[in-house]
Design a protein around this ligand. Sequence first.
Ligand code: FES
Length: 383
Amino acid sequence: MKKVKVSFSGLNDMLKFKNMGKRREEAINDCSNENFYKEANTNKISKELHPKFQHVVVEDIINEKWDCKTFVLKGDNCQLAPFKAGQFVNVYVEIDGVMVSRAYSISSSPKMALENEYRITVKAIREGLVSNYLLGTLDIGEKLLISGPSGNFTYNPLRDEQHIVGIAGGVGITPFYSLAQAIIDGDEDCLLTLFYGVNKEDDILFLEQFDDIVSKTNKVKVVYVVRDDEDTKYEYGLINKKLIDKYVVSNRVSFYICGPYKMYTHLNEELQKYNLPNKFFRYERVASKSIANGKKFTITVKKGNDYVKFKAYEYETIMTALYRAKIVIPSNCHSGTCGLCRTKLLSGEVIMDSDYRRKADVKYNYIHPCVTKPKSDLVIEIN
Ligand code: FES
């Protein structure tokens, strides 16, 4: 057998290897008990930027108009997440033992989030379970649970033209107020020509604030349009193409529309005249279709083998009726766009304020209860 020569350094290596186990054990014992891996920094930052929930305290309540208040919300021992003008938060409140929620556009400047403040402006509506609770019950100093900001009603230079034509109705002015502040703060680089439709002159929200913004920048213009009174200094009637063309000469614009349902039906026809691709129109709905009387229907909810029945008014969404029946389903946008509340309709007729369902959902009879109202007795299935 051939002898193998082992050099001094090789011998040294072999001795080291022989003691490897012992040395390894010593090294492990010397380690701190603290977990080396806690959480990746990127995950931590992502959670801070996009929190699921945030705790806030009501710092102030501003009476805007007889049926409308702005709630000033401050982070309750936490830093509020940043947002883009046009985004909303869901506000969660417990009503009769059930946690219910409703989405509200943030009306304040994105800059204020750095000072730990959001503002939401809430208007009373007959079928507004959460809105009426906030307006009637919420007081300064009370605490609330809200979601992180979300929504796509935001200026995106990759998608939009730089000139935004905003069309607002009623409390649908809130995302535009936020955008106008973002423009003047230098946070958004776009032009805004805003058409603000109201029933009466006295209904105009944030009039002084907009006057102030318009006096400071030529990037924001506001055209007030009063529907029911010819004798004001503002435009009169309904917002239509003729009126828009009077103030907007370029056709390189993106349209942003936020208001009540009835405004949409009229505007859809007018805006089609521009013949623009769909990507140049963005919609956000703030109040549902108003139905005059209060007919009641029976809704039967199937969950597994269990059935629950309750009554629902024809003017309220199925989501609101579910809340009243203490049945909570997932939700986020409350405007029919996120699809989180998708529910199977087994039988009955419904009416929708807006319809952003996928084709497959239409085919297989899925509905979005947040924007859908009963037109007859219904049977729905939830998981
Ligand atoms: S909550 Fe988003 S579609 Fe209903």
